[in-house]
Design a protein around this ligand. Structure first.
Ligand SMILES: [Zn+2]
Length: 394
């Protein structure tokens, strides 16, 4: 279990009034690397009451469940590990009017280094579900019930994505305020992929952000927040300008072309990333299967390892004589594992054409006969495939 530093009571008392009304550190208005889902149970209608600009302090999101029956159920926005739970408070102002010590909140650490916070739970609604610190949670897991406990006026969910400056001291335990920076959450399945004030959405499981192969953006007036992702390339043609106060993201797997008269104004945040078109946070934890299959006995997946639906992962890397290849089958079926050398030649193949049950698998591969170098593992299972590279060194 992680130990967090605690501020002595006399010091925290001094900080309370400050923390209740101001941010520790200003948000830098970068967009999150991870793609998150709307943190309510599937089918819940949600209204954004304060987006990242209008929230006090900025960089966080307030939202409420609507059109249904309270209490609305809050779910994890991505796969991760619970790092803090406090749902012991019952009143908005529990300590002579200071709201921060009364915050009921959960922090989840995600494998990509980003953390999400969920605040104002109804007393006991997290513990009633059996959650404990260090539990792995999977996207969509029910965390607790929307309430108005702590620095809140009325039932709502306070949601934020943040990166702590120091994971040994990620937040102030009084109120749970981040010691780090907040990021604008990139959300799947909604217009523009970010929350805006007064917009209404329906929560649900979502596919990764729909990425076109190529995006060509000519003479675009960039709005306050923009997210453009492409599988191959993004081209900014024409004299487009990212204006002061805007925060934006170009993310493409292959190329980003900025035309000579593309401008980014002082006071804006513009991110150009070469990387996977979208990086759903829910694909990053091998312990979060999208399947219901038993784990073979004795196989423990390293938490936070493996990616993609097959969670293909190998160790050690580099390997000298033996390589353990871990993966999971989302559904029963045949699988085949190929090993390719750097020229793409097949050097090993393990085939299991029979009906294998869904679940987690580990194959031990001898690599003593392989020359030192880089190799590719290609796993084929049903309509899924996974790729992982490993190095042989001696
Ligand atoms: Zn809030």
């Amino acid at each position: 279990m992680k130990q967090f530093k605690y501020i002595p009571p006399y010091l925290s008392a001094l900080l309370l009034t400050v923390l209740c009304f101001s941010a520790k550190g200003q948000p830098d208005f970068s967009l999150s690397n991870g793609v998150y889902r709307i943190p309510y149970t599937d089918g819940t209608d949600v209204r954004i009451t304060r987006d990242h600009l209008n929230h006090t302090p900025p960089g966080r999101i307030d939202m409420i469940g609507i059109n249904g029956a309270a209490p609305y159920k809050i779910v994890a926005a991505g796969n991760g590990t619970i790092r803090h739970i406090d749902d012991t408070h019952e009143n908005v102002d529990c300590d002579g009017g200071d709201c921060a010590p009364c915050n009921n909140y959960v922090w989840i650490e995600h494998p990509n280094g980003e953390w999400t916070k969920y605040t104002h739970f109804i007393k006991g609604s997290v513990n009633a579900l059996g959650w404990e610190v260090d539990d792995v949670v999977c996207v969509g897991d029910y965390l607790g019930n929307e309430g108005d406990i702590g620095c809140a006026s009325g039932d709502h969910l306070h949601f934020e994505v943040a990166v702590p400056d120091d994971i040994n001291d990620p937040f102030d335990p009084v109120g749970g305020f981040i010691n780090g920076v907040n990021l604008i959450p990139v959300i799947c399945g909604i217009d523009g992929n970010f929350f805006t004030d007064d917009s209404e959405y329906t929560a649900g499981p979502c596919d990764p952000v729909d990425c076109q192969a190529d995006l060509s953006l000519n003479d675009v007036a960039f709005p306050n927040v923009f997210v453009h992702m492409a599988t191959n390339s993004i081209s900014s043609g024409g004299a487009s300008t990212v204006t002061t106060g805007a925060a934006g993201l170009f993310q493409a797997e292959g190329f980003i072309h900025l035309s000579p008269d593309f401008q980014v104004a002082l006071g804006s945040e513009f991110n150009a990333r070469i990387g996977e078109c979208n990086k759903p946070v829910w694909e990053d934890v091998a312990n979060c299967p999208n399947f219901t299959g038993p784990d073979p006995p004795g196989i423990a997946f390293p938490p936070g390892q493996g990616s993609g639906i097959l969670a293909l992962y190998s160790q050690p890397n580099p390997a000298s004589d033996e390589l353990a290849v871990h993966f999971r089958l989302p559904e029963a079926g045949a699988y085949r594992l190929d090993v390719l050398d750097v020229q793409g030649r097949l050097v090993r193949s393990v085939s299991h054409p029979e009906m294998n049950p869904a679940g987690k698998y580990t194959l031990e591969l001898k690599v003593t006969d392989l020359e030192p170098g880089t190799y590719t593992l290609l796993l084929l299972a049903g309509k899924e495939s996974g790729v992982e590279r490993f190095v042989v060194a001696r």
